[in-house]
Design a protein around this ligand. Structure first.
Ligand code: CUA
Length: 380
């Protein structure tokens, strides 16, 4: 196609149409992980800086290329022209072409340095602190202000600065929320900080941005930005998940949920939250599956790696907190949509889906996996 185009005489309309097509294809609306569509103050600072730099670069490009093209045509040599006048050294010109770039660099450096200080400042005391822990290959989010823990979906209020205190449970990961802020590497032996204030609610994808092992590419997470009242409702709901201290090894909230019959207890608790509810479930079969799943969760050793408590969640767990796993959009850190079929598939054979993940294949039957999926689905 390119060859055909090259043989034809240049056609401005075709060229402009193609350019338009390319530019439409580049629209940031089509790319949720774009940094060109900031939805938070931190991301806006970075985006403004990019705009500034690009504008200066564009100006330099147009001026230099313009002068070059002008010189090519205006001073083109013709046959029989005499030898052009030779110059060697010109102090005025040399001063001009040293001073102009220096001024342009200064015009870029000043906002850059300002942005570095702004984005590294420690946020005000009224910010919402969230502790972030990177794990191979999932993310843990703890809210010390509310004593609530969750995984792989970070819920934040719009209009309030969140202050992230970040670390890693193992290797170096990088926390990256493209539309809200920038990247920060997280380490096992020192704390990284970052802050941002979300401007618009919605669900946004984000992911680990530092190679951290073979499943680095499946270390994604979601940002769920809520209106303040909805965020408060989410916190209130989370506080009902495992509010009572764990007695023994049994997940504390499982007992009331199961005696109330499948999902019903959980449903009441999640009223007012922005959590999608399961619909059209068949009572009796579901109850039996839930009960079987609850038993399997304890007997198959799931409890050793996963906590079902959102409140007072133990630290240092190997696997993600599952207190509200039933309500999440994705499972396995952004690997699969959170459907019943996918949940059962994951539980049955995680190694075929995410090779190398710390969750072992437990040799479960299809019925076992479905029962566990039903049990976990009720944890919303
Ligand atoms: Cu964690 Cu890449």
């Amino acid at each position: 196609m390119l060859r055909t185009a090259a043989r034809r005489p240049p056609c401005l309309v075709t060229a402009l149409s193609l350019l338009l097509l390319v530019l439409v294809g580049c629209s940031p609306e089509h790319y949720p992980q774009t940094t060109l569509l900031p939805r938070g103050d931190f991301a806006r600072i970075a985006d403004d800086l990019l705009d500034t730099t690009v504008k200066w670069a564009l100006l330099v490009f147009v001026l230099v290329e313009g002068v070059l093209i002008y010189a090519i045509f205006r001073f083109r040599g013709k046959p029989g022209d005499p030898e052009p006048h030779q110059t060697h050294g010109n102090t005025t010109v040399e001063i001009i072409w040293t001073v102009i770039p220096a001024l342009i660099l200064a015009a870029i450096a000043v906002p850059t340095v300002r942005a570095i200080f702004q984005t590294n400042a420690i946020p005000a005391k009224d910010a919402l602190t969230i502790e972030v822990v990177g794990h191979q290959w999932w993310w843990e989010f703890r809210y010390p202000e509310y004593n609530v823990t969750t995984a792989n979906e970070i819920h934040i209020p719009v209009g309030r600065t969140v202050s992230l205190r970040m670390g890693s449970a193992d290797v170096i990961h990088s926390f990256w929320v493209p539309q809200f802020a920038a990247k920060r590497d997280v380490f096992a032996n020192r704390e990284s900080r970052m802050w941002f204030k979300a401007e618009t609610e919605g669900e946004y994808p984000a992911q680990c941005a530092e190679f951290c092992g073979i499943q680095h590419g499946r270390m994604a997470y979601r940002i769920k930005a809520h209106k303040p009242a909805e965020f408060e409702a989410w916190v209130a709901h989370m506080k009902t998940l495992g509010a009572k201290p764990a007695a023994g090894t049994r997940p504390s909230e499982a007992a009331p949920a199961s005696t109330a019959g499948s999902n019903s207890g959980v449903r009441t608790a999640s009223e007012g939250a922005t959590i999608q509810q399961q619909s059209g479930q068949q009572g009796g079969n579901q109850n039996a599956q839930y009960a079987a799943g609850e038993k399997l969760f304890a007997s198959k050793g799931c409890v050793a790696c996963h906590s079902l408590q959102a409140v007072d969640a133990p630290k240092g767990m190997v696997g993600p907190n599952l207190a509200n796993v039933g309500a999440r959009s994705y499972i396995a850190a952004g690997t699969l949509k959170n459907t019943d079929a996918n949940l059962a598939r994951w539980i049955r054979d995680p190694q075929s889906i995410k090779k190398g993940v710390l969750m072992p294949n437990l040799g479960l039957t299809e019925a076992d996996a479905q029962a566990l999926a039903a049990f976990l689905r009720a944890h919303q």
